[in-house]
Design a protein around this ligand. Structure first.
Ligand code: FES
Ligand code: FES
Length: 417
């Protein structure tokens, strides 16, 4: 049946069963994945949205009941309370894996809208239904208190007609190929165009060893292939820090993605290199030299390429914040030099920075690059990935606790190929 839902101020037409949970409709039909599936039985709060301004578990709200109501999801949050909560969560690195954050932020914004100065128990009571697998409750609570403090200060400024009121507080919504491998004992670097080669590096059963660690596209994007899993521990941020330190890239260029499974390329050196894996606090120690060398080798190739093209000595070229420059005024982005650099020989020995030269490693003021998208619903989790022809399996829950299966016909499932 056809329904028209009003989501974040826009009308969306859907042709679905009326008893479909609103969560499914929002995520799978409309394609807005900022709202998460946590449990499907009103126990996790991951699916929290607002219905006519009130926090509501979208897994328990039917599409047919949503006709004519105003629906707000995390992506549609606006106003100073929401932007302050998202800003504070980012500045304080509140999330760990971030999966619960969408629901936590929705609940926190609703709380602070009603109660400008919540106590610990107000927070605990209101967010009791928003579960966090990573147990970041103390950080969530601290974040809400900090947001309350900032909003109070904002209100004071506003009430005194301070010029700041015009600007308000805004949430920050911003959000070649170099590959390397230790396959032959030395480090190999390659460059190329973005897209297909990156796909090849991550999807091929035997990834191209030239594209294993770092890729720089002609679009100036730097993609880092992580040999490690990141469930919120910060491994992706850590590897990015190592590469940026030596490469001289800017954080705005960085994208980290999971690498293919291949122990030859990605074996954990803290475990002897024979197996690829994440655990035992080995991520940084096992990657420290490997990813720095990859960044340094890529930088060296970019510099050599610039020196050749500009006719200047390589020693006089500087690389910083994603820009390659020379005192003569010549400069280029990484993307502009990527394909020329790809044709140069890969340096087998590169000098790494000394600890006293580090600007990124050990910078305690640097916040994790993946925190902001976790608080504003734009971070892509596995459940958000859609592939052509992909089917989704859903576990049917009993309508009551203790319910038992009366009958089950497996024929249709078994016939699937
Ligand atoms: S998915 Fe709705 S409360 Fe868990
Ligand atoms: S589930 Fe809350 S941060 Fe991971």
């Amino acid at each position: 049946m056809a329904y028209t839902l009003k989501i974040n101020g826009e009308s969306k037409s859907l042709d679905v069963d009326g008893d479909m949970p609103l969560l499914w409709a929002i995520r799978d039909i409309v394609g807005m994945t900022g709202t998460k599936f946590g449990c499907g039985v009103a126990q996790s709060g991951a699916c929290t949205i607002y219905v006519d301004g009130s926090p509501t578990r979208s897994c328990q709200f039917r599409v047919e009941d949503a006709d004519g109501v105003e629906i707000t999801t995390n992506e549609g949050l606006s106003g100073k309370v929401a932007s302050t909560v998202q800003k504070v969560c980012t500045e304080m690195d509140v999330p760990q894996c971030g999966y619960c954050q969408s629901g936590q932020v929705m609940a926190a914004v609703a709380l602070l809208t009603e109660n400008k100065k919540p106590t610990d128990s107000d927070i605990d009571d209101t967010l009791a239904g928003n579960l966090c697998r990573c147990a970041t409750y103390h950080r969530i609570r601290a974040g809400i208190h900090e947001a309350a403090r900032q909003l109070e200060a904002y209100d004071m400024l506003f009430s005194q007609n301070n010029p700041l009121k015009a600007g308000g507080i805004q949430a920050d919504r911003r959000q070649f190929l170099v590959g390397s491998a230790a396959a032959t004992g030395g480090l190999l670097i390659g460059f190329g165009s973005p897209g297909p080669v990156a796909d090849a590096a991550t999807k091929a059963a035997t990834p191209n060893p030239f594209h294993a660690y770092v890729q720089i596209g002609s679009d100036n994007k730097v993609t880092i292939f992580s040999s490690l899993m990141d469930r919120g521990q910060g491994a992706y941020h850590g590897l990015a820090t190592l590469v940026i330190e030596e490469l001289g890239a800017d954080w705005s260029q960085i994208h980290v993605t999971g690498a293919a499974g291949n122990a030859k390329l990605y074996g954990n050196l803290m475990w002897g290199g024979a197996a690829q894996g994440t655990g035992g606090s080995t991520s940084t120690a096992g990657s420290f030299d490997r990813y720095r060398i990859a960044g340094a080798a890529a930088r060296e190739m970019l510099v050599q390429s610039a020196a050749k093209s500009w006719g200047v000595p390589a020693e006089d070229i500087k690389v910083a914040k994603g820009k390659i420059s020379h005192a003569s005024g010549k400069s280029a982005s990484f993307g502009e030099l990527a394909s020329a650099a790809a044709k140069l020989p890969v340096p087998q020995n590169v000098a790494l920075k000394k600890p006293e030269e580090w600007t990124e490693i050990g910078d305690t003021k640097r916040r994790r690059f993946d925190t902001a998208p976790k608080t504003n619903g734009t971070h892509t989790f596995t459940i958000d990935v859609k592939l052509p022809g992909m089917l989704t399996t859903v576990v049917a829950h009993g309508p009551t606790f203790g319910a038992k299966v009366k009958s089950f016909d497996a024929a249709e499932v078994i016939s699937l190929e």
